[in-house]
Ligand binder design. Structure first.
Ligand SMILES: Cc1ncc(COP(=O)(O)O)c(C=O)c1O
Length: 204
């Protein structure tokens, strides 16, 4: 939770040992002093400060706090913390659309000369993104059959940095062996990304 000392602890849910269903409605929620049941929504682009010095310290990174909603916003943070809790993940970064998530993943983690392996069974716009844009930046891409573990292993190169797939795939709903492919990624020292469009963490 963010460092907000004035926030009343007594309003917050104790999620120690909470199960999936409880996390699905409570994780990441930070109640305001109003004591609301459901999470508050913060439709703000920017934030107020008690002084220019406090603003300067916050913008400068010497003090925790929101400065602009493109970076942090309490509504988005609730979503991110809840999704991370449901995935059993360390953290989550939310984007405004699925395509921007895939684009951000590639741009943040790949550079010219890198290689990625991608399932052939991916959303059409994902293929367009990779073929039309990522290739422009000299990223090598090998497509493999989603269900063919030998093909995933066989496609690994020295410069492989990312293995990417959809499971269940859209539109054929083929289901990948995530554990086996994650092992291939791990032994290649590459990242493994799963576009989990249909299942949500509840069913994946
Ligand atoms: C599997 C999959 N990935 C990514 C996307 C893109 O998501 P968005 O439309 O939010 O950009 C879609 C959209 O349907 C999808 O089905």
């Amino acid at each position: 939770m963010a460092d907000l000392p004035d926030w009343p602890e007594r309003y917050q849910s104790d999620l120690t040992d909470a199960e999936f269903d409880t996390l699905a409605v409570r994780a990441g929620q930070m109640r305001t002093p109003e004591g609301e049941h459901g999470e508050a929504i913060f439709p703000t682009s920017s934030y107020v400060f008690s002084s220019a010095a406090e603003a300067a310290a916050t913008f400068g990174g010497d003090r925790d706090g929101n400065v602009y909603s493109r970076y942090t916003n309490p509504t988005v943070r609730t979503f991110e913390e809840r999704l991370a809790a449901l995935e059993g993940g360390e953290a989550c970064a939310a984007t405004a659309s699925g395509m921007s998530a895939i684009y951000a993943l590639c741009i943040a983690h790949l550079q010219a000369g890198d290689h990625m392996i991608c399932s052939r069974a991916v959303f059409g716009s994902t293929t367009v993104l990779l073929e039309k844009f990522l290739r422009k930046f000299n990223v090598e891409i090998t497509y493999v059959d989603l269900l063919d573990l030998g093909a995933w292993q066989g496609a690994v190169q020295e410069n492989t940095k990312l293995l990417f797939l959809e499971s269940p795939s859209n539109p054929l709903t083929e289901v990948a062996d995530l554990r086996a492919i994650s092992e291939i990624a791990r032994s290649a020292g590459a990242l493994f990304a799963v576009d989990n469009c249909f299942c949500t963490p509840a069913a994946q």
